[in-house]
Write a protein that binds this ligand. Structure first.
Ligand code: CTP
Length: 409
């Protein structure tokens, strides 16, 4: 997980024996690419020195309202705007009480009151103080204001009190923040847009299986991941998606209700579905790894071993892409894929023309991390006039690049 990469974190440290653990928190946050600004209470400095903290964060530690050296004012408002998150660890009963009641008598509390980012609080005190109704009430108040309370064992505020009060371990606190940011990223990725609203897109995905007998087939290693990522991306942008997919794992799921999935097995079945759908579509993205040949006949019974050589005669399958290319009307777009092992660009250019694609997405099997059965892909988008190379990315990000290109047309 790299959800903390580049995140700006204000770390509030208060006067608890657990303050030494803040060093471990800082070390892990920095290792994961975050930037940390410490704000410490006067009592916090009794437990850990600002010099240690500034050495770890490579930033001066903020404690007073004014910098002692030159009298400049520390702006809690600026800190509140700068941060992606504020973490208070350890948080004493006293700080929790002040936060709940707005007692702004030190830099940490004023920063908290100006904070625009989410706030995480890791309480640290003995069990009696923790269990006291005052503390519990303050924690509930803070939670009702939208703050996140991190407790040992649960990660978040628990209903039982046993073993509570002790500060959660640094690695679990860091994991809570990581989880928070990765959920935020996920939510962003799933946010609906409407740039493709009203558009209809046909997408083919996965392999095809060409039956030899009731238990055997000719297939390929395509997982369907790239096609599903494309379907999700078009649907996220508001398009109505017809996803025609070959046999893929049951784990392959679509994320949006505006995706209509049609499961097929053979190239012939995929051909029939696509030919029927394409006339009413605005675009088609042909991502499926369609078998070029199928057995001339399918045995009705399981073929037995006889000891002799076995010859299966193959006949060519329909070329779905070429047929849709011929059907294509003005205003419709057609996008194809080319998976090549050699002479990549000239082969892709030839397919672009032959199949009447508007652009073709080339992956080379020479590139590590590209092609079948990976979560990543490295593509080149080729149009009649241009070509653009993209770096290795996740298939979800690659889908964004492809759909951006489709929208540009
Ligand atoms: N395609 C298709 N129907 C087929 C074969 C391919 O729709 N029967 C589509 C694929 O979905 C892809 C593009 O055509 O978008 C290119 O597929 P590829 O297998 O690389 O092309 P072929 O025409 O089969 O070329 P070759 O096997 O000679 O490389």
């Amino acid at each position: 997980m790299d959800s903390l990469q580049g995140k700006k974190i204000v770390l509030g440290i208060t006067g608890s024996i657990a303050a030494y653990k803040s060093c471990l928190i800082i070390r892990q946050l920095i290792k994961k690419g975050a930037e940390v600004q410490v704000v410490i209470t006067p009592a916090g400095k009794e437990f850990i020195t600002p010099i240690t903290l500034s050495a770890l964060t490579s930033k001066p530690v903020i404690s007073e309202f004014f910098a002692q050296r030159d009298g400049t004012w520390h702006s809690h408002v600026d800190l509140g705007l700068w941060a992606d998150v504020m973490l208070i660890a350890p948080a004493t009963a006293s700080t929790i009480g002040k936060m709940a009641n707005g007692v702004a008598d030190n830099m940490l509390i004023t920063t908290y009151l100006s904070m625009k980012a989410p706030v995480f609080i890791a309480p640290a005190m003995d069990l009696d103080m923790y269990a006291h109704p005052s503390t519990q009430q303050n924690l509930k108040t803070l939670q009702s204001y939208g703050n996140h309370i991190i407790e040992p064992g649960t990660g978040f505020l628990a209903s039982k009190l046993e073993g509570k009060g002790r500060m959660e371990e640094p690695e679990n606190i860091v994991a809570c923040l990581e989880q928070f940011f990765s959920q935020q990223n996920c939510a962003k990725e799933n946010t609906q847009q409407d740039s493709m609203k009203g558009k209809k897109v046909l997408i083919t995905a996965g392999p095809t299986y060409e039956k030899i007998d009731p238990v055997r087939f000719i297939g390929n290693y395509s997982s369907g991941k790239m096609g599903f990522a494309l379907a999700n991306e078009c649907a996220r942008r508001g398009a109505q998606v017809e996803l025609v997919c070959g046999p893929v794992s049951a784990l392959m799921q679509t994320k949006f209700p505006n995706i209509h999935r049609i499961d097929v097995e053979s190239a012939q079945e995929m051909f029939v579905a696509c030919k029927e759908l394409y006339p009413s579509m605005d675009s088609a993205i042909l991502c499926a790894a369609v078998a070029d040949f199928a057995p001339e006949t399918t045995a009705e019974q399981k073929i037995k071993r006889t000891g002799d050589d076995m010859i299966i005669r193959l006949k060519p399958n329909p070329d779905i892409a070429a047929s849709l290319g011929q059907m294509k009307k003005q205003g419709q777009t057609l996008v194809g894929f080319a998976l090549e092992t050699n002479d990549e660009e000239s082969n892709a250019q030839a397919k672009l023309k032959k199949k009447n694609f508007d652009f073709i997405v080339l992956n080379s099997l020479k590139d590590e991390g590209a092609g079948f059965r990976t979560d990543t892909n490295k593509i080149t988008i080729i149009t009649a006039a241009n070509k653009k190379d993209y770096p290795l990315k996740t298939k979800e990000e690659v889908a964004k690049d492809i759909v951006d290109e489709l929208e540009r047309l």
